[in-house]
Ligand binder design. Structure first.
Ligand SMILES: N[C@@H](CCC(=O)N[C@@H](CS)C(=O)NCC(=O)O)C(=O)O
Length: 230
């Protein structure tokens, strides 16, 4: 079996998601740090969206695949990893819904709330990316911080309910996506509710080094950013 090639940027939780998943699923892969290389001609030829995580695997129609959730879905489908992505259509729909809700609703708030502190660029059309003054940018950032609480609570009340994970008794790919995402909130000292703290701790305890090793890169970057003078 040819080895999957995973291209990553270490401080990113989008990348942490794929890194945790491939380790937890026991899929053989080689990891390549492409920090600073995503807009170079060789990378763009393979991935015109210049996004990481990216996998390259034989059999993919275009050779490469990006989007963290699509990467996890692909490997679960390919290897029948039902423990992470149930086959039952109704159960699978809940996992898909949680991931779409994260990417489409929760993550944009989280990016607006944390990217300025992380030193990451914001998206065109947003106040943080505009020529607005620092006060206006901070007002917009704080609005995004405030908006986080409602979708966060939806993950607990709707997707998890009485179970410890979105996947029920065991972490699913939606849990890997959510736990990794929550890691970024440390950069703004976001007051995570107790259930969310316990949830991330359970994810780490359950997945072990598969979680801790990629998490260490995100946490290390956050510590570095927070240690810099404002
Ligand atoms: N929704 C995507 C987001 C991917 C993304 O934003 N990747 C960023 C790192 S966090 C990236 O590779 N940026 C490099 C670039 O745009 O050149 C996912 O979940 O994979």
């Amino acid at each position: 079996m040819s080895t999957v090639k995973l291209s990553i940027i270490k401080p990113s939780v989008n990348n942490m998601t794929a890194r945790v998943f491939l380790r937890a699923a026991g899929i053989p892969f080689s990891e390549h740090d492409v920090f600073g290389q995503t807009r170079q001609p060789d990378f763009l030829a393979r991935n015109p969206a210049h996004l990481t995580p990216m996998i390259e695997d034989t059999g993919l129609p275009k050779g490469a695949l990006w989007e963290s959730c699509a990467i996890m879905q692909y490997f679960c489908n390919k290897h029948g990893l039902e423990q992470f992505y149930p086959k039952d259509p109704a159960k699978r729909a809940m996992i898909d819904s949680a991931m779409f809700y994260l990417i489409g609703t929760f993550y944009p708030y989280l990016a607006r709330a944390t990217y300025p502190m992380l030193g990451f660029p914001q998206y065109p059309g947003e106040v943080g990316h505009s020529e607005a003054d620092a006060t206006s940018k901070e007002t917009a950032r704080k609005a995004a911080v405030e908006a986080l609480a409602e979708p966060l609570e939806v993950f607990r009340t709707f997707y998890m309910g009485d179970a410890p994970f979105i996947g029920g008794d065991k972490p699913s790919i939606a849990d890997i996506r959510l736990a990794a995402t929550l890691e970024f909130l440390a950069v703004i000292d976001y007051p995570l509710p107790d259930w969310a703290k316990r949830y991330v701790a359970s994810m780490e305890e359950t997945l072990g080094a598969a979680y801790s090793e990629p998490a260490a890169d995100v946490r290390g970057y956050i510590s570095y950013v927070k240690s810099k003078p404002a």
